[in-house]
Design a protein around this ligand. Structure first.
Ligand code: PAF
Length: 287
């Protein structure tokens, strides 16, 4: 039996539908997105189907997480293609609210997760995590899912959202879904569409560099020196490196010596006008 995808634009209709499912005993899983869906998003949707009975996907390009000089206006919007992909995956409901539904004119509340939001992407995008936390808090209140799933490509975002949900006693389980890569290693991202053919060819070097760095780190050596060499390699290839750092995988504290704690390499770099981010785990040689 094929079930018709429900496309809903208001919070009232979303609640009505989800409440009915919940009273019937269904477990609701939400996958928040900004659309322009690629295999990374679709893997989260597939995971959502396994984690519950009803899958809700939200598509909302959230103005609050873009600074005035960023790409809110040009962010890819591909609603027809997105809806086709979600239909073929058997999603139950797509929530696509207009801007006024999410941010009424006198909207005046802001959610800020201190500490976790401050390093890495928070340095060059200081507005970003507050905008994300605010809209995700709203989406979780609007849909009241049992589970919400976010991709590990935005690893810092995932930790910020998990902390917010815990701190605000939100009755939801926050899950991370694995980062999905193109065949050549480039992390899938809606922003990859901005890359010119020459930049696209160069882009996988980001993943290659941090993977090799993670391997070297697992074998010991000075973390600062290895990071510096890796950043230089990217700069020489034409990347403008924003950060390349090793952080604790659970709390994002800087890792400067080999203590055996779970560590990840995090990097962000501009390639032309495109901002790329990526992260990989430092292998644990003790395992
Ligand atoms: O990762 C994203 O696509 C966005 O930051 C999110 C979580 C949907 C909030 O707008």
């Amino acid at each position: 039996m094929t079930v018709k995808l429900k496309i809903i634009k208001t919070i009232a209709q979303l609640r009505e539908c989800v409440d009915a499912w919940r009273s019937g005993g269904d477990r609701i899983v939400l996958v928040p997105t900004m659309g322009a869906l690629h295999e990374g998003h679709l893997s989260l949707v597939k995971m959502a189907r396994d984690k519950g009975d009803r899958t809700v996907v939200s598509i909302f390009v959230n103005p609050a997480q873009f600074a005035p000089n960023e790409d809110f206006g040009s962010y890819p919007r591909e609603h027809d293609e997105d809806l086709q992909k979600l239909t073929s995956l058997g999603v139950d409901l797509v929530f696509m609210p207009p801007r006024e539904e999410v941010y009424p004119q006198d909207f005046s509340t802001h959610v800020e997760v201190q500490g976790l939001s401050e390093g890495l992407c928070g340095v060059s995008r200081p507005h970003f995590f507050g905008g994300v936390a605010t809209v995700v808090a709203k989406l979780l209140n609007q849909c009241r899912p049992d589970v919400a799933i976010f991709g590990e490509k935005d690893y810092q975002q995932l930790l910020v959202i998990r902390r917010m949900a815990r701190d605000l006693d939100m009755d939801v389980e926050i899950l991370g879904g694995p980062l999905i890569r193109e065949g050549d290693g480039l992390a899938m991202s809606s922003r990859n569409a901005y890359l010119s053919p020459q930049e696209r060819e160069k882009a996988p070097l980001l993943h290659q560099t941090i993977s090799e760095l993670a391997e070297q780190l697992a074998n010991g050596g000075s973390i600062a020196e290895l990071c510096e060499t890796a950043a230089k390699r990217l700069a020489l290839a034409g990347f403008e490196v924003d950060y390349l750092e090793v952080r604790n995988a659970d709390n994002l504290a800087p890792v400067t010596t080999h203590t055996g704690e779970p560590a990840r390499v995090f990097a962000a770099a501009m390639l032309g006008k495109t901002r790329l981010i990526d992260n990989v785990a430092v292998p644990d040689r003790k395992k």
